[in-house]
Design a protein around this ligand. Structure first.
Ligand SMILES: *[C@@H]1O[C@H](CO)[C@@H](O)[C@H](O)[C@H]1NC(C)=O
Ligand SMILES: *[C@@H]1O[C@H](CO)[C@@H](O)[C@H](O)[C@H]1NC(C)=O
Ligand SMILES: *[C@@H]1O[C@H](CO)[C@@H](O)[C@H](O)[C@H]1NC(C)=O
Length: 212
């Protein structure tokens, strides 16, 4: 079992170009129109204040060019399974949906500001979509991004690892891991919840790999 995983990880690194071109999301599917409340249905961004270039406020990012593709790309940075669009320009990410019940489809009637052919929810209504990722990940080594994640809660955890490959295997085993920083000197694997380093680790001396 361990050997087949190792083989796949290594095989995968030979097709990194494919990963980079296709991005991580395999499929985006519309689920339906769902009720939202101030206790947000899709609350995966709780505690986050910025991801890369996007600021996050009260569990959502808001953009006057909002589209389904924008929100899908944004939520895939955290590996989320679901995203919701609301009120023409708001994007929420989450690991579950539907806590406040389903709504009538006609309630999701607000066109997206970035593409009027798409619906971006309604008044306290989310257009909810699912995101599907490949079963096996690819990992791409790259320069540490200069953009970071800012959060009031921790967005990484650290485990002992002897080699970079051990670190990638740890990441592969968790749906919550989107990238790693492996410090060979400390024999430490930092597993990151988002495909950007936390601000507190951005100057760590280590090898950065992002899940593809
Ligand atoms: C759906 O529409 C019906 C009829 O207009 C209404 O009674 C019901 O409350 C609506 N459901 C929701 C969740 O808004
Ligand atoms: C706008 O959305 C429609 C429906 O999803 C899509 O077919 C079209 O390509 C989009 N337009 C642009 C400019 O992305
Ligand atoms: C971050 O990196 C990008 C390209 O990798 C570069 O264009 C940009 O100027 C950099 N920003 C800062 C603040 O260093």
């Amino acid at each position: 079992m361990l050997h087949s995983r190792l083989f796949l990880l290594i095989a995968c690194s030979a097709v990194l170009l494919t990963c980079a071109v296709w991005g991580r999301v395999l499929r985006v599917s519309y689920i339906g129109c769902f009720v939202d409340k101030s206790d947000r249905d899709l609350n995966g961004l709780a505690g986050i204040t910025a991801i890369g270039a996007e600021s996050v406020h009260k569990e959502k990012t808001t953009n006057s060019d909002m589209t389904i593709e924008f929100c899908s790309d944004f939520c895939s940075v955290g590996g989320f399974n679901y995203f919701g669009l609301q009120g023409q320009k708001q994007c929420f990410c989450g690991w579950s949906y539907g806590r406040h019940g389903k709504s009538n489809e006609t309630d999701c009637n607000r066109p997206c500001l970035g593409n009027s052919s798409q619906m971006c929810g309604g008044n306290w209504r989310n257009s909810v979509f699912s995101l599907t990722y490949p079963k096996m990940s690819c990992f791409k080594q790259s320069k540490m991004p200069n953009l970071t994640v800012s959060s009031t809660l921790p967005t990484y955890w650290s485990l002992a690892a002897q080699t970079a490959l051990d670190c990638l295997i740890l990441c592969e085993a968790s749906a919550y891991c989107q990238a790693v920083i492996f410090s060979g000197q400390q024999r430490l694997c930092h597993l990151l919840r988002f495909a950007y380093p936390p601000a507190s680790l951005s100057s760590t001396d280590g090898d950065y790999f992002v899940r593809g």
